[in-house]
Each structure stands twice: as structure tokens, then as C-alpha cells.
Design a protein around this ligand. Sequence first.
Ligand code: BGC
Length: 868
Amino acid sequence: MKFSIVVAALASGALATPKYPQKLSKRTLEYSPPVYPSPWMNPEADGWEAAYTQAREFVSQMTLLEKVNLTTGTGWASEQCVGQVGAIPRLGLRSLCMHDSPLGIRGSDYNSAFPSGQTTAATFDRGLMYRRGYAIGQEARGKGINVILGPVAGPLGRMPAAGRNWEGFSPDPVLTGVGMAETIKGTQDAGVIACAKHFIGNEQEHFRQVGEARGYGFNISETLSSNIDDRTMHELYLWPFADAVRAGVGSFMCSYQQVNNSYGCQNSKLMNGLLKDELGFQGFVMSDWQAQHTGAAAAASGLDMSMPGDTEFNTGVSFWGTNLTLAVLNGTVPAYRIDDMAMRIMAAFFKVQKSVELDPINFSFWTLDTYGPIHWAAGEGYQQINYHVDVRADHANLIREIAAKGTVLLKNTGSLPLNKPKFLAVIGEDAGPNPNGPNSCADRGCDNGTLAMGWGSGTANYPYLITPDAALQARAIKDGSRYESILTNYAASQTKALVSQDNVTAIVFVNADSGEGYINFDGNMGDRKNLTLWRDGDALVKNVSSWCSNTIVVIHSTGPVLIGEWYDSPNITAILWAGLPGQESGNSITDVLYGKVNPSGRSPFTWGATREGYGADVLYTPNNGNGAPQQDFTEGVFIDYRYFDKANTSVIYEFGHGLSYTTFKYSNIQVQKSNAGVYQPTIGQTTPAPTFGNYSADLNDYLFPSEEFPYVYQYIYPYLNTTDPRNASGDPHFGQTAEEFMPPHAIDDSPQPLLRSSGKNAPGGNPALYDVLYTVTADITNTGSIVGDEVPQLYVSLGGPDDPKVVLRDFGKLRIEPGQTAQFKGVLTRRDLSNWDVVLQDWVVSNYTKMAYVGKSSRDLGLSIVLS
Ligand code: BGC
């Protein structure tokens, strides 16, 4: 349910010290209801039992200082990883390393650069998603990383221009949910904790952080508020995060921006209510870097780990650390809450990593030099910090396969696959190298040469980057073709002279880039400022195709681009979207162009004719004075194809579209109803809040032990520097009692009622939601002459007046020999057929007639059947 009030400062968590005082606004602001107390762990939760047994044993031995050390980062650049917490040497646990990124190891060497999440989503291949997660996990483990900061379901992809969509999977929540679950399982099976991020509503870069926005000249005092209603939250944005919890993910990252005018990392409705109560998440929530704005209130709202630990980078002070020690000692934060934080962190740790005997961290994010200060920001502790460990194994083959199978053949009038072309001309900067080297722009914050990943923290250094030019040339020479390339977009006369020759097959490479908000490239402050091709790509395509009647276009991009001006030209004989393929780019596209891999990628988003056609767009200008910009998600569940369907607008290529070099025929849809029984709401209550171990009330026991080790400059410690608590804290609110300071019920430790939509011991929500209600089958026949992989897609219409026309609910990937028929089998769970009832606060299957469709894309649904 949504509530509206006039005063934003009552948003949950805002009772504590807000980082920037909230300005009252005349506008009626959306409001996030308070949910307290913070749910404590359930050691009986499915899949977590053994981990919690180990965690209990460990945490019961910990002192309060050690618990605080485990929950608080040591400060920006204070250690080797992008984030680390304090060590527990007494119990044999070294400092845990939290490190980027969702597509490989960020900022290190001898690691692989994998295809983006979005490109992986385009494979519609669960096995490849899992294997990618596993391989990234192996590489992270080999470097000594404990938590890899991915995968991403926020942004989901509400707006096509949003800068970080490529880090995640797709604006479709089911496809993203599958991507999340498979990646998490793979990563954690390889022994590294995954982190589902950014929770939640983190749909654009503009205004995600006040400092960043001010740096761009926007005078705001609070970050953006994503205003999301309860139904949309459940049916769209929370959906893939529920899959992450159900897959057993060990950690979550709360997001920078506000949701309904309460900061992501102190929003009790999100962390306490949705994530821990309703979804029964048993791991820990870390803050995004500098996304924490309060101390005790963040703890009460469900935050478990402060990253990177300092209030802002390199201030040397923390909302937690010393302040959390004091807050527990004076009762503002109840002892059970810090115990719960420690238990959650250690349970996630033992679930995935089993033993505290860990290999050392063998790299430093801050430099590739072999020797340097281990405490980078402080410049202290000069020693060997990079061991240059090669963790790549044979992942290049997997990378090549994923990128090839994630390449979407959007159009083909017969020019593909290539077969020993007489003369191949490759045109465009996007086919060639960055002349300064593939890693020359920090965090890939430029667009030079072929585009194989976006920019920001979601990146990795390339161990090498195979350009399309290099791979295609090698293939052409092997075939005896003539080959020439022009690796600039601005050599019109030379290009014309080349591609106007007889017998030419011209392949034009173009791109469009985006990334994270801290980098502004060419006026794109993370988010793209438009949906057109970069570096005059449209002119290049139009020119080449006006001179050459066999022009093939390859697009590398972070999402859809507008291609309406040229896509239907008869001279453009094929169009491919190759996404962000990673280090094997050239090999992957060569495999597809020459038919070594029969294309089977499907577009994970819609290619609209206009930018406006998408409905929702990035908010580029503050709209609330200098208060929090308000981004109203008024379109509800209607994003991407659901919006185009509702508006009944034609699109260029629809969600799910993708061609093959063979053809498939669909027939014989059948449905089988299962005997799932009726939905049982969860009832009962939790145990009272447990505590583990004791702590001393004597402040002398908490002083910095300077005789044991030296103080590192700006490092965040759990210790006090004086036994005068007011001076030790420096908190202006010091002296208020917990009752005065904390929201109602925030320190309650009594048994709490279980939500009916939650699973008692089942992470991911009420287990009955995942009961299979129907199985839908269809026959798929390969009617062409070569073997191919087909992606049958199962959609449903829920039938109500407020429901999308169709929503994707399952898909398969079937390899079928020519002339053969394979059976596709898709399942529909109770959740798949339900709506979120905002009054009942539960999922309900409505009485409207429901239909199932099986087809090749969201708009090519040849088969349908009533679900009765
Ligand atoms: C990003 C996160 C990232 C973190 C650490 C933040 O700015 O939003 O995705 O994991 O930095 O680099």
C-alpha cells in the first residue's frame, strides 16, 4: 500500500542524523512506511542450517569489538580490495574482501573480461549463465576475494538510456530472475559469496549521489527518490531479487538512491520488510559505497555491513566503527542486532566458504605495481601487494561461446552466413583497437575502438581484446578472401572508394556506450543522453549502405539504439546486435558471421522506433527544487515490451526476437494441470531475538590497544579513543536515549508475527508460490537444413484489465537437428499466475481467464491455450 504525507523527514530512518538535512517540500512526497524491528536470522532456514551452526559457534566467541570490526569497513582504499572489513585474528579470520565486478575482477591483472550480464541474458541459456557465474567465482577465489559484487538486478532496465542496464540482464523480471539465480549458484558453488545489487529502484545514474550530482552542477541536497507503488514493487522490481534469495545468495547491496523518500540503506520497509521479513533473506546487507547516511537508524533498518566504512571516502570517521560500539554499549542499538549482523555475515561466509582458513588476498585494486603500501590511502605498510596470479584458466573458450550465443541476428535477407566471400571490407572504429590500448581509459570511461564493456565499477581489465578486425582478417586470409578495413568513421571518400567496388561484402561496426555516474563521457553522465549511435554511426551506416548493396551492420551497445532511419534499407542485408562481448569479441562475432555458431541469441529488450515509445525515461533535470528529485514510476508494471504492447505501438524488433540460419515450426501446444493444492498463508511467529556471547560494560576495555599495533592513518576501527563516550563519539545526537532516538519498535526483541506471504523456513517467500500449477508443452521442428538452437518462449496473459497483454514466464533452449522435432516444456508456478494484492498483502490468483502462449518472441506467439 502507498501512503502519502507532506513531510518527508518522517521517512523511516530519517529520525537519525541525516547526512544532508531534508528540506520540506510543498509537493506531497511518497512515503515509505516504517517496518521494525529488524528481523533476526532464522537458523533453521532451508539451506542455511549447517552454516548457521558454524556461525553460532564462531560468533558466540566474538567480543563486541570483533563484531563491530566484522560489520564495518576499514575505509576507502585502506586495504587491497574495493572494500574490506576488519580482521578477527584471535579467531583466525583474516579481513574479508568485497570486490567488483559483475563481469570479472575489477582493476587486477591476469583475469578474464567476461561478456556483460545483458549479453549473457541474450543467450537465454541457463547453462551458460551458470557457467559464467562459476568461472567468475573461480577467478575471484583465485585472487582471494570473499564477496564478488554482483550480479545486478537493479537497474532492471526501466529506461533504455539508463547507464548501468548492461551490468544487469533485462527489463523482463523473469529473464533477470533466471540470470540472477544461475549466476549466484555458479559463483557460490565456486566458493565465493555473490552479492545481489543494487537493492532496489536504482534505475538511473543521474542524482544517485548528492556529491556526484553537485559535481555536475546540479544543486540538490538529497538523492533521487524512485517512487514505486507496492504492486509494481512486487510484480516487477522485487521479482528477480526474490529469485536471488531463493537461490541462496549470501549478500545484498542496498542502493544509493531513495525509494519513496527514504534512503535505500536506511529504508526499513525495503530491508526489514521486503527483504528479510517477506523474502526471508538470511545473509547480510552491505551498503553501496558511501550510500550509508545514518548510524543507529541504518542498523535498525536492517543494514548489516557498512561499506567502505567511512562516512565519505577518506574522512577517517564512520557512522559505525566506534559509533556502533558505543551505540551497543549505551543500548541505542540492541545487542541482538549486532549479533544478528555478525551471524548473518558469518553464516553467508560458512555457507559458501566453509572454513576460516583462507588464502591471502594476492592483488591490490589500487595499483598494478608489485610493491607498494598495503594501506593505500594512508601510504603505510610498504610490501609486496600484487602477486600477479593468473586466474584465467580456460575461460576464454566460455567467453567466446557466451558472446557468440548472446549475439542476436536481428535481420538477415540471405547474406549470412558468410561463405568464403570474395572481398570483405570492414568499416568503422568499432571494428578496431583503441590506439592507446584496451585498458587505457580508467574503468573503461571512454569509447575508443571496439566496444566490449561499458564503464564504471562494473568492469574488469582486459587480458587482451580480440578486435573484430583482427579476427575477421585472420579468417578472410585463411579462406583466400581479399580483405581491407578502414578503422575510422570519418574517412568518407576512402570508404566510398572501397565499398563501391564490385563483389564487396561490407561489414559496418557501430556502437553506443554508457556506464556509471561518476564518469561523464562526452556529456553522458553515466546515463546515455540519447539513444542514437555514437561517433556519427548512423551517418556511417547510411553512407556505406548507399554505396554498397551488401552491407551488414554489427552493433555493440549497452542497450537499444534507434535504427529506424536505416534498418529496412534493402542494401542492409543483415543486422546483428553483439552486445558487450568481452575479451573474445572478434572471435565471437566471426563465429556467428561465418556460421560456426548458428545464431541463437534473443533480444533481451525491445528495439523501439522512438525514444518516447518506451514510456519511461531518465530524469535529467531536478524537479523538486534542491530537494530530492522525484522519479515517479507511474507506468507501474508496464516497462519495455509491456509498455509497447499496452500502447499498441509498432516496434522495430520486439523483446525476444532473434533469427537463426535455420527455421523452426511450432505446433501442438498442450497444457497439463498439476495437483498443487491450495495456497497456505504462512502463520505463526518468530522466536524472540537471540543473542550470542557477553560483553563488558567498562569503557576501558574498548580503548585503542596502541601497545598491540600502530594506528593507521584514517583507518576505521571499532575502538574508542577516550572513555568519555561523548568525546569518543563526536555524534551531535549523543545523549538521546534509544527511546527518544529510535523509531517505535526498533529495539523490540519479542517474537514477531510471520508475514502470510513469507516462507517460514523457505527463503524467497511463501514456498507455495513456487508450486507448479501447469506444465505447457509444444513441439518445435527444425524445418531448415542445418542444426540450430531455438528459444521457445512461454508467455501468459493474466487476464485482468490492469495486466500486461502478455508476460514472459519461462523459456527453453533446444538444439534441434534438421528435420527433427523436439518437445519444449515450460512450467507455470503459482507466482507466475498471481498478482500482488495490496490490501491482503499477498499473492492472489485472480478469477480472470488466463492464457498461455508459446512462440518465438513477445510478438510472435503462434500457439495459445486456455489455462483452465
Ligand atoms: C557502485 C557499486 C560498486 C561499488 C564498489 C559503487 O559506486 O554503485 O556497484 O560495487 O561502488 O566499487
